[in-house]
Write a protein that binds this ligand. Structure first.
Ligand SMILES: [Zn+2]
Ligand SMILES: [Zn+2]
Length: 370
C-alpha cells in the first residue's frame, strides 16, 4: 500500500503503482514514475502478465523539444550553449506524459532516473514539482520508483524542502514519519544538500551547480565514456559562435562581465560566466589562513590568494577532446601556454582542490571588462 506523506501526496513502490494502474483507485488520480526508462513496457517486463493501456500526451526532451504540443521547458535552463546550463545532454528525453491504466483514467508522468549516486537528480526536479503541484490540485498523486526507497523518496524530499523550506536533514526526518524505511542514495542526498544551499532552487548560475556539473562530467570521464564536447562551453573568442547562440552579448551588456584574454595575443579565452568559483582554502583547509581572514576585516579580496582561475571546459580546448587525463592548455590563436587541465583535479595555490580542473594561470591572462 502506498504511504501518505502529505495531503494528496503518496509514496510507493512498483507494486503499488502496478495495482493502481490495473485496478484504478478511488483516491489516486496521477502517477509519477521514476524508473530507469519511461516506457510503460517496464511494467510488463517486470511482470509479464501485466498489460497496461496508455495514450500518449507528450514527450519532452532536454532543450525544449516537445514531440506534440508547444514546448514547456525553459530555454534558459536547458539551452545548448554549454554544459553548465545543465548536466543533461541536449536531446535527451526529459519526461513523458500519458493517460494510463483502467479506462485511461490516470495521468502518468514518467521521468528516466537510475538509482545511481552519479545520476543527475537536480535537473529533473522542476518538471516533477510542476506535475506534483498540478496533480494535488486535481486529485492525488503517487510518486513511485522500483522499491519506493531511494528515487521517489529523494524527489518527495526535495518537494517538501521547497514547499516547507525544510533542510535536507529535516525533510528526511519528516518523510520517515510517514514511511520509515526511505533511504535515498548518498549521491541524491548530496544533491539535496546542494538544493538547500542554492536556496531551494536549481540555480544554474550558482558555483554550487557549476561544480556539480563538472563533477558529473568528471565521473563520466572516469567511467571511460567518450568526452561529450557538446557540453563544453561556447568559445568566447569566436564572436560568431557566441552571437549565434544569442545569450552572451545581452549578458555582457547587462552585467559588465569581465573577460579573460591571452596576455600575448589578446584573444578572449574565457568570460566571467565560464569561471567555476571556489572558496579559497576550502577542501584542503589551512587553519592559519582562516584565522587570518576572520581576524582581519580588511582582507576581503580572495583574489590575492589564488594564482589561477578555474573554468568550465571550453570548445577551444582541443587538447581536452583528445581524451588524455591531463595536459597543457594553449591559446587557440598564438599557442601560448595558458594553463593546464587534469580530470583528476589540480590544487589551487590557496589549497583548494578542484576536480576535474581546467586551469588558467592569472599570470598568462589579462582581465578586462567588455
Ligand atoms: Zn584558489
Ligand atoms: Zn594567444
Amino acid at each position: 500500500m502506498p504511504y501518505r506523506v502529505r495531503e494528496n501526496l503518496f509514496i510507493g513502490n512498483i507494486t503499488d503503482a502496478a495495482e493502481i494502474l490495473q485496478k484504478g483507485s478511488t483516491e489516486i488520480t496521477h502517477i509519477l514514475s521514476v524508473l530507469s526508462t519511461v516506457s510503460i513496457s517496464f511494467f510488463s517486463e517486470w511482470r509479464s502478465a501485466l498489460v497496461i493501456p496508455t495514450k500518449e500526451i507528450k514527450k519532452v526532451h532536454v532543450g525544449g523539444f516537445d514531440d506534440s504540443s508547444g514546448g514547456s521547458v525553459s530555454e534558459d535552463a536547458f539551452g545548448g550553449d554549454g554544459m553548465l546550463k545543465s548536466s543533461l545532454s541536449p536531446g535527451k528525453l526529459l519526461y513523458s506524459m500519458e493517460y494510463a491504466g483502467k479506462d485511461l483514467k490516470l495521468v502518468r508522468m514518467a521521468v528516466p532516473v537510475k538509482d545511481m549516486e552519479s545520476e543527475d537528480l537536480l535537473d529533473h526536479l522542476d518538471v516533477c514539482f510542476d506535475f506534483i503541484d498540478q496533480s494535488r490540485q486535481e486529485g492525488s498523486v503517487l510518486v513511485h520508483c522500483f522499491a519506493g526507497v531511494s528515487r521517489s523518496a529523494a524527489i518527495i524530499m526535495a518537494y517538501i524542502m521547497r514547499t516547507e523550506h525544510l533542510s535536507q536533514e529535516a525533510a528526511l526526518f519528516s518523510l520517515r514519519q510517514s514511511c520509515e524505511f526511505v533511504c535515498p542514495n548518498d549521491g541524491f542526498l548530496d544533491q539535496l544538500k546542494m538544493y538547500e544551499e542554492m536556496g531551494f532552487k536549481v540555480d544554474h548560475t550558482s558555483p554550487i551547480y557549476k561544480r556539480f556539473c563538472l563533477k558529473v562530467l568528471g565521473e563520466s570521464y572516469h567511467r571511460g565514456e567518450k568526452i561529450d564536447t557538446t557540453k563544453f562551453g561556447a568559445d568566447p573568442g569566436l564572436s560568431t559562435e557566441v552571437s549565434s547562440e544569442g545569450k552572451v552579448p545581452s549578458d555582457v551588456g547587462n552585467n559588465c562581465t569581465s573577460s579573460y584574454r591571452c596576455k600575448k595575443c589578446r584573444r578572449v579565452v574565457a568570460l566571467q560566466e565560464n569561471v567555476v568559483d571556489h572558496v579559497p582554502g576550502e577542501g584542503e583547509t589551512s587553519f592559519e589562513w582562516h584565522k587570518r581572514k576572520s581576524g582581519n576585516p580588511f582582507i576581503k579580496s580572495d583574489e590575492s590568494e589564488c594564482s589561477s582561475i578555474f573554468v568550465e571546459p571550453l570548445r577551444w580546448m582541443t587538447a581536452v577532446e583528445e581524451g588524455a587525463l591531463e595536459g597543457k592548455l594553449s591559446c587557440a590563436h598564438c599557442g601560448a601556454r595558458l594553463g593546464y587541465f587534469n580530470w583528476s583535479g589540480i590544487q589551487c595555490s590557496c589549497g583548494s582542490w578542484i576536480t576535474p580542473a581546467f586551469q588558467l594561470h592569472k599570470s598568462r591572462v589579462d582581465i578586462s571588462t567588455v
